[in-house]
Design a protein around this ligand. Structure first.
Ligand code: SAH
Length: 361
């Protein structure tokens, strides 16, 4: 109980010292939450409520599961446990034959407007679009930071014939990523291990392409994160971060609206996330790290169909059984999925990408 309290306090403190953005501590009074829900509902509009997301805004179902979620002392322990527990289910259910995917990509899909929705293809398209955006058409050594079960880096190994290393906090993910590399015949080229992205076991300048797909949102110190990616990148190399951000604050505003903070707090608790920042904060950090050719993109529209697909999958019989079997943290994660939809619909949550180059010597 004490450990749990300490962890919550630490998370709250981390939120308050968000890298560059003024996303302050939580706001948990009943009134604030009620106002928050009202405001988010009116911003989301009717269409976004047809999938039931408003019920999830009104009733904090995830609170019912909270007492069952095991205690973890630190953020990193929580992240590791969450992915240890949930990765197998994701791979099994999301990669099932009717979906036509492999389940090895644990990131959003990139859906081209006007094209039929195909979730598996959209996840591959997310990798392709990221490579196009980064203007990377070849590389020698890629580092997959926050690699999940290594889907992106094995894709690049096969596409470019490059070498890859991947780091994750989850021992289960690292083992599965290595097993998949063997299964796919690329074990000599792609290697995965448990390591902290904020303190990586690699020499300076080891990689010509540093790739982080949807792991930045977990990093409690965004400056250290950008600096560490920069350190391991070789001069002339490319760094790509695709990540969840909060919207860019309007001129003169120092923080998000209370309603938005409540929404993000609930998501933070369930997904083991510290404070969020905006893509402008990342841009600033990239410049401070000495990076050049900094470009940013907003793909929030292009990812919107994703969560509806994930929720539909979770609501199948095998999805529901799997959620119950996987454990309370996974179930809690599933219960806040509609809040991700709301955040994207209202514009509080942005799906951003940033690419930059380390200057040649
Ligand atoms: N990039 C993968 C997985 C995204 S899920 C994919 O697209 O499929 C987020 C990943 O970030 C998980 O693997 C988690 O372990 C990892 N992660 C979060 N914080 C981390 C940290 N501090 N160091 C290393 N990995 C981290």
């Amino acid at each position: 109980m004490r450990a749990r309290r300490e962890f919550s306090t630490r998370i709250r403190a981390m939120r308050a010292v968000d890298a560059g953005s003024a996303l302050s501590g939580r706001c948990v009074t009943t009134r604030a939450r009620r106002d928050a829900r009202r405001a988010t509902r009116s911003r989301a509009g009717k269409d976004d409520r047809s999938d039931g997301s408003s019920v999830f805004e009104r009733v904090e179902f995830e609170r019912a599961v909270k007492p069952l979620v095991g205690e973890t002392k630190t953020l990193n322990e929580g992240i590791a446990k969450f992915y240890d527990e949930s990765s197998g289910l994701w791979e099994r259910v999301w990669g099932s034959s009717e979906r036509g995917g492999s389940g090895e990509h644990m990131h959003h899909g990139y859906y081209r407007r006007g094209e039929p929705i195909d979730h598996a293809a959209a996840q591959v398209e997310m990798i392709e679009e990221s490579l196009r955006f980064a203007r990377v058409s070849d590389c020698k050594r890629v580092l997959d930071v926050g690699c999940g079960i290594g889907g992106s880096s094995r894709y690049m190994v096969k596409k470019f014939g490059c070498e890859a290393e991947g780091v994750t906090l989850s021992p289960v993910q690292a083992a599965r990523a290595n097993a998949l590399a063997t299964e796919q015949g690329v074990e000599k080229m792609a290697k995965y291990r448990v390591a902290d992205a904020l303190n990586m076991p690699f020499e300076d300048g080891s990689f010509d392409f540093v790739w982080s797909m949807e792991s930045g949102e977990h990093m409690p110190d965004k400056k250290k994160f950008v600096d560490e990616l920069t350190r391991v990148c070789e001069p002339g190399g490319t760094i790509l971060i695709v990540t969840w951000c909060h919207r860019v604050l309007k001129d003169g505003k120092k923080e998000l609206e209370p309603a938005e903070k409540v929404l993000l707090d609930r998501i933070c608790d369930a997904y083991y996330l510290p404070a969020w920042c905006s893509i402008e904060d990342y841009k600033q950090l990239a410049k401070e790290a000495g990076l050049v050719d900094v470009q940013v993109a907003d793909w929030s529209e292009e990812v919107k169909p994703f969560w509806k697909g994930v929720i539909q999958t979770a609501l199948t019989p095998s999805g529901i059984i799997g959620l119950i079997q996987s454990g309370a943290a996974t179930l809690r994660g599933a219960l806040v999925m509609p809040l991700m939809q709301t955040g994207l619909a209202t514009g509080t949550i942005k799906f951003n990408a940033i690419v930059a180059r380390k200057p040649s010597r």
